[in-house]
Write a protein of this length. Structure first.
Length: 77
């Protein structure tokens, strides 16, 4: 089974349908047993929804740096 770090790295591609069948199955297997990564998936889905609803809004200048730092922190788990 893949690790949490691997699952998080694949999460956005998984949500976008950009993973192959083997990768999809590996992420889904991991999600079936890992509550923390299920939480990450839920967060990612909520974030995607928020971004879709607010696509015309301009983001504050520091958002990119904060988001990048958060994602790098998740990869270290």
């Amino acid at each position: 089974m893949i690790s949490c770090a691997q699952a998080v790295r694949e999460l956005w591609d998984y949500l976008d349908g950009l993973v192959d069948d083997a990768e999809r199955a590996a992420v889904e297997e991991h999600l079936s047993v890992c509550r923390r990564c299920c939480g990450e998936l839920e967060f990612a889905e909520e974030l995607r929804g928020f971004l879709a609803r607010n696509a015309d809004e301009e983001l504050p200048p520091d958002v990119h740096a904060r988001l990048t730092a958060t994602l790098h922190g998740l990869e270290g788990r």
